[in-house]
Design a protein around this ligand. Structure first.
Ligand SMILES: [Zn+2]
Length: 448
């Protein structure tokens, strides 16, 4: 009897130890323990974060985001609670045992305090989203912004009553209309500013099918991240079951984010895991670039225009040029007058030997046939062009190959200069009409 009892006790101790080990760290529901929903998506893990260590997250606006592994997703819902739709969102999440983060508006919390308490009862994380959801936090006086933040927190805490401590120090700026002063204030208060990694445009007048498409396509493009949704929107309610279904089918895992407390230590992470594009191992381990030692660090000798004998028919180098130590110093550009001093072809390059009549004569010869024009060298070359004919090139090459090379190099350089200026101009024009900038302005005008 005694032995049997001891056996039961040992078994109980072992079971308890196993349970403790399994639940080590923060507890997280999984598909296996979602009562009544054996095929639920579940919540794969709980991530405990310290807002003071990482005050701003979300790659849409900040260099840092949550340290998620590939195929990990954090669901966030803004602007509630609005019982009509928020309760449906809660039901859909409960059916999949998915934990999310809700950013409540103070006024909504005042109108539906039981809606806030439902979030807590369901085990979700609750952050705040100002008192009145102003879309002007990027330009309002900081005193007003502080009031919005503090009132939103106070209203949500009032709704939570005795459980006010359960409110997470997480905050999302309405419309993501950030401002340095607002972020600084949040950081001083130990409140984490949450942007997002991608949106599903569910506040816009789009169909629920569109919300689904955007949520999934943007997640697939990111591979992981924080998804921003709105629990007050009927289209979100309609899209959510399919979104969760697809996440499950494609092997995505839900991560529940909670703030660190004295009893709940921060999940250990590496700083680079919080960065937008952490260096993959392959890149991190690339061999270092060898430290070359150059025998001569001075500038390479190169010819200047004055090195050429202007009177000669073909460019000739002065002997002194061969020992030139470096390029000549460029003349000082006057600030604000740079365009005038940009490199431009000299007018002499376009001079026509023998005058315009000779040019016309040459052109007429050319039209009659290249062969005719090149039969009599000298007389058949009324136009001095930068580009040499093949035959001429061969002739010059035979005469002086070094001189020919110099002539070609000189020609290419002036061509490159012109092309570069042209590219710059095109770039400036396309920048002025860029689409993304326009779209960003539109996004910012809308309510997020
Ligand atoms: Zn919002």
């Amino acid at each position: 009897m005694d032995g049997a009892w001891r056996g039961v006790r040992l078994w109980r101790q072992a079971a308890l130890a196993f349970a403790l080990l399994a639940g080590f760290g923060a507890p997280a529901a999984s598909a296996a323990d979602c009562p009544g929903h054996p095929n639920a998506l579940g919540t794969s893990r709980t991530l405990v974060v310290d807002p003071r260590q990482h005050p701003r997250i979300g790659t849409m606006q900040y260099p840092e985001t949550l340290p998620l592994a590939d195929h990990e997703v954090v669901l966030t819902f803004d602007d509630g609670p609005l019982p009509k739709n928020s309760n449906k969102v809660l039901d859909i999440l409960a059916a999949e045992c998915v934990k999310a983060t809700f950013f409540t508006i103070g006024q909504q919390a005042r109108n539906s305090p039981e809606g806030v308490r439902k979030l807590l009862a369901a085990g979700h994380t609750i952050g705040t989203h100002t008192q009145t959801h102003p879309l002007t936090m990027n330009r309002m006086p900081i005193e007003r912004a502080r009031q919005e933040i503090e009132d939103g927190i106070a209203s949500t805490k009032a709704a939570l009553g005795d459980n006010a401590d359960a409110l997470a120090p997480f905050f999302r700026i309405p419309g993501l209309l950030r401002a340095d002063a607002v972020e600084d204030y949040l950081a001083e208060q130990g409140i984490q500013a949450w942007s997002a990694d991608f949106l599903a445009d569910d506040w816009r007048h789009v169909s629920s099918a569109r919300v689904y498409d955007l949520a999934i396509s943007r997640l697939e493009a990111n591979g992981k991240g924080i998804l921003l949704l709105h629990d007050i929107q009927a289209r979100t309610v309609a899209a959510l079951p399919r979104i969760l279904e697809t996440l499950k089918a494609r092997g995505y895992r839900i991560v529940h984010v909670v703030p660190a407390t004295q009893e709940r230590p921060t999940t250990p992470t590496e700083p680079q895991e919080w960065l937008l594009h952490p260096a993959p191992d392959a890149i991190a381990h690339w061999p270092e670039v060898p430290n070359f030692v150059f025998a001569n660090r001075g500038n390479l000798p190169a010819p200047a225009r004055s090195d050429f004998d202007a009177t000669a028919e073909t460019p000739m180098l002065h002997e002194a040029a061969l020992s030139r130590p470096s390029w000549p110093e460029p003349s000082e550009l006057a600030a604000g007058n740079a365009t005038v001093t940009l490199a431009a072809p000299a007018s002499s390059l376009f001079e026509i030997e023998g005058g315009l009549d000779a040019a016309r004569h040459g052109a007429a010869l050319s039209r009659r046939g290249h062969k005719t024009a090149s039969v009599a060298p000298g007389a058949s070359e009324p136009i001095r062009t930068k580009r040499l004919s093949r035959r001429d090139a061969r002739r010059l090459a035979l005469a002086n190959s070094r001189q020919l090379r110099l002539a070609q190099v000189s020609g290419r350089q002036s061509h490159r200069g012109a092309a570069g200026a042209s590219r710059q101009k095109t770039h400036a024009v396309t920048t002025a009409h860029r689409g993304p900038v326009k779209r960003l302005v539109q996004v910012r005008k809308r309510r997020v």
